[in-house]
Every structure is written in C-alpha cells, then in structure tokens.
Design a protein around this ligand. Structure first.
Ligand code: ZN
Length: 250
C-alpha cells in the first residue's frame, strides 16, 4: 500500500509510466443504486484510479446523479452510444423501441451541464498497456458488438497494446488472440460487463480490476438493491420491461 502511494505520487509528479491499479466500470445506464454500490466497494479495494467506458445514461431513472458521480470519481470517461443518443436524438433511429423511449426520457431530464459533458466525451482513450473503448476498437463510433470470437478477430487488428477494454454488450468476458500459436504476442479484449444493466443472466453488477504492471485482470460481481432502482423506474414512467429485466440479468 505504502509503496503504491509512492509510485502514484512519482507518476503524477514526474510523468513516469509505472505500475497502476485501475477499476474499470462501464454501462451504468442511470442506475444510481448500482453505481453507488460499486463505488463504495471500489473504495475498499487497493485501486489508484477509476475509468469509465461509457453508457453512463439510458434505461435507468437517475441520469444527472450518475453523471455527477462519474465526473467526481473517474479519471477518464469514454462516450457510449446511449450517451450520444441522449444528447442527439437523431441517433435513436438506430435503437429499438425501449431504448429509444428511454433516450427520449433521458434527454428531457438532463441538465445543461450534463448534456455538455456527454456531448464532449472522447470515443477512445488509453492507459498504460491498454486501450479503452465503449464497443470496439474497430470504428469505435459505429458501435460494433463484439459477441463472438469472429467479431474479436476483426477487432484485434485495431489496437497495439496487450489489452483492449470494452463494454457495450453488458456481458463480462474475455477474448484472447491466437497469433501463430505464439502466446508471447497474444492480445486480449476484455469486456468488464455492466454496472447498471447486466445481461449475462447474473443480475449482480459487474466491473473489472486491472494491474498495468502485471497485466492481471479480475472481474468483480456484487449485489445491489435492485428493487429500489425498479421502484424508481416505475415512478418515472420508464418502460416496465426495462425495470423487470434487472431482476434476471437479461
Ligand atoms: Zn450499454
């Protein structure tokens, strides 16, 4: 712990690239209960910084509050397709009915400062040994889904670091490249899963912990008060299908 504090101090003051431990969160989707639970838990872990891979808003009932927490806690934040749609309703033509309804509801709720923040988020960023995108390193703003090994094979050509972190599908998992069977050159695409709307049949919120020195990665899953979020969604008049799915992780 003491050593890590010195390393971070040296890094911040001398701009030397060195060991860092990151919490990587994604797809919060205006679920304040899930985000607060995740941040509280991250506070108990040995983590230097938190980064966010986008989709702060969309689907859930607390867009402004989630944006405020992200701006307070995350050192880097990437734009997601729902962040973009919430400030540019033209983008909702690419969405299904439920996502579109939620985007239009979100657009009405957002305070000017929050809209401005979402509109100016970058589509890509990097940390030591890893690149950060919302959907795919291949055409990041086209929001390609990486669901299969075939999808991942295309994406491996579009980053040069050992690891690329993604969200977007709301399914935690990892793809490893096979470059001539040589594991010395392998790259990894790691999906950290979703804080606010997991879809891998596990309703627990999901995020990742990454060590830029050892490249070690760990997926963390924890419970949060789902009923509270669901009650707020009903009160807000958001589509009930979007609320019920949270209980099942779908
Ligand atoms: Zn999402």
């Amino acid at each position: 712990m003491f050593f890590r504090i010195i390393v971070v101090f040296v890094k911040k003051n001398l701009n030397i690239v060195t060991l860092m431990r990151y919490a990587i969160i994604s797809d919060i989707h205006s679920n304040l209960e899930a985000l607060r639970t995740a941040l509280d838990h991250i506070g108990t872990l040995d983590v230097d910084e938190i980064v966010c891979l986008g989709d702060i808003v969309g689907y859930g009932p607390n867009p402004n509050e989630c944006i405020e927490l992200v701006t307070m806690h995350c050192s880097k934040t990437i734009k997601g397709n729902h962040d973009q749609a919430a400030v540019d309703l033209m983008q909702t033509v690419y969405m299904n009915r439920l996502a579109r309804e939620a985007a239009m509801w979100t657009n009405k709720q957002l305070i000017p400062g929050a809209k401005d923040f979402l509109a100016h988020l970058p589509s890509k960023a990097s940390i030591e040994n890893a690149v950060l995108v919302h959907a795919s390193p291949f055409e990041p703003e086209e929001w390609h889904y990486i669901m299969t090994g075939l999808d991942a094979d295309i994406a491996f050509d579009y980053f040069d670091t050992p690891v690329c972190f993604i969200g977007h599908t709301h399914r935690a998992g990892e793809f490893v490249s096979q470059i001539n069977g040589n594991h010395g050159n392998e790259k990894r695409i790691i999906n950290v899963g979703s804080i606010g709307q997991p879809r891998d049949k596990d309703p627990k919120l999901s995020f990742g912990i990454f060590d830029t020195g050892t490249l070690a990665y760990e997926n963390v899953r924890i419970s949060y008060p789902i009923q509270k979020t669901v009650d707020k969604m009903h009160t807000a008049g958001l589509p009930s299908e979007l609320a019920e799915r949270l209980f099942y992780g779908l």
